[in-house]
Design a protein around this ligand. Structure first.
Ligand SMILES: [Zn+2]
Length: 422
């Protein structure tokens, strides 16, 4: 559609140029004796660019790869012979393997606008950003390029009725924000317990290519009201990565994640006495069960070293981590393990996937926690915050926090409150 409009506008500009020239020529003809000589300047028509190529002298064909469509059946009708197609495929290998050309992906053919109709360029779009240009004019030149990405600051807010994901969708925000927010507040909000009436406002970067959103970038600031308590997060770049702090510059990262799953349902708590669903007898349950669909990633709840990655009859596939001299954690019933004994893992790393191996009735992860060698209920532990913000950058953070607070509208709310108190 856009392309069509572009062509129409180019056509109109050209036509207008022609009229101007004709008009001037005509008036020159009529006033041959008296009129001064008019110097006709070239009408400057802006070059029509597609993938950085001036396409004014080409016929443009844009389409998507169809089933059973390959380089050969696309290029043969446009006078590129098998020999050249073969050479092109070989030459392309180190840049982009043409065997990876996939159904549904966009491509553009630039054809000589003469009677020969020979393909001059073939452009294949790998994704929304990356594309490959095959210049077929003389010797084959192949180049992998990127479209320019534009970053815009966006704001989204909403009151949660069902899930955060759905609320984001309904407010036309990118639902992927839900995952990002769950990451930021992983240490303070249990996203399973999000309830009706919770609300949020988020300021974030969104990346665009030609006005089409291609994804969410950095989250700048969030206010999340959960159980009537406001949670604030302000992004601040430290050593090339974005860390999140609250309004008092406390890190939002705690020593342990609240749960080894991003979205989960707590299905059985730590207890000294419960009726075992498989063994059908009363026994202690020294872990916390989180139910989730099979295959859900299981995350290391803190940095540590893998000390066990094995299969046991009761535990099924399980992984055990040692975090420091005090804490150890274990994750049971995995469908698949993703941890090697002796390797270092970091908080949030995927160490396995939810399953129901061993003694389990359905897919869940049994999360076990040791403190000084004794199994404890991690939900009852009070963990320290991670590293506080460095004193050297705190003042700068506070300046940024102030401006983000204005963007979130927090200052205005405070002022209104103060005004209504008078
Ligand atoms: Zn369990």
């Amino acid at each position: 559609m856009k392309k069509k409009l572009k062509w129409i506008s180019v056509g109109l500009t050209a036509l207008l140029g022609l009229f101007v020239v004709l008009f001037i020529l005509k008036s020159e003809h009529n006033n041959q004796d008296s009129a001064p000589i008019v110097i006709v300047q070239d009408t400057i028509v802006p070059a029509n660019l597609l993938f950085d190529i001036n396409v004014d002298s080409f016929e443009v064909i844009q389409s998507n790869i169809k089933k059973n469509e390959f380089l050969a059946n696309i290029l043969l009708p446009y006078n590129i012979d098998y020999g050249i197609i073969d050479a092109l495929a070989k030459k392309s290998e180190s840049i982009f393997d043409v065997r990876r050309i996939a159904v549904g992906k966009g491509y553009t053919l630039l054809i000589s606008a003469d009677s020969i109709k020979k393909a001059a360029y073939f452009i294949y779009e790998i994704d929304a950003v990356d594309y490959v240009v095959y210049d077929l004019r003389d010797s084959i030149v192949i180049e992998r390029k990127k479209r320019p990405i534009e970053t815009r600051i966006q704001t989204a807010s909403g009151i949660i009725n069902s899930s955060l994901y759905q609320t984001l969708q309904e407010s036309n925000a990118n639902p992927y924000l839900a995952v990002k927010l769950a990451d930021i507040f992983a240490w303070s909000i249990d996203f399973y317990r999000i309830q009706k009436g919770d609300w949020f406002k988020v300021i974030y970067e969104e990346k665009f290519v030609d006005d089409n959103s291609i994804g969410v970038g950095k989250i700048e600031a969030v206010e999340f009201k959960h159980f009537d308590r406001p949670y604030l997060a302000f992004g601040y770049d430290v050593d090339g990565r974005t860390e999140y702090y609250d309004e008092e510059a406390n890190s939002l990262r705690k020593a342990f994640l609240k749960s080894p799953l991003k979205f989960s349902r707590l299905s059985s708590r730590f207890t000294m006495r419960r009726f075992h669903p498989v063994q059908k007898r009363w026994k202690a349950h020294l872990g916390t069960d989180y139910a989730a669909p099979r295959g859900t990633p299981i995350l290391a709840t803190s940095d540590g070293v893998v000390i066990k990655s094995a299969y046991g009859r009761g535990n099924g596939n399980y992984v055990k981590l040692r975090h420091n001299s005090v804490y150890e954690t274990q994750y049971l019933h995995m469908s698949k393990r993703n941890a090697k004994v002796g390797t270092q893992v970091y908080q949030g790393d995927v160490i396995g996937y939810v399953g129901s191996t061993g003694l389990a009735t359905g897919p869940h992860v049994c999360y076990r926690f040791w403190k000084n060698g004794k199994q404890v209920d991690h939900l009852k532990e009070d963990f320290p915050s991670a590293e506080p913000i460095l004193p050297s950058i705190k003042a700068d953070f506070m300046v940024k926090r102030d401006s983000l607070q204005i963007d979130l509208g927090l200052v205005v709310i405070e002022e209104l409150k103060a005004a209504s108190d008078d």
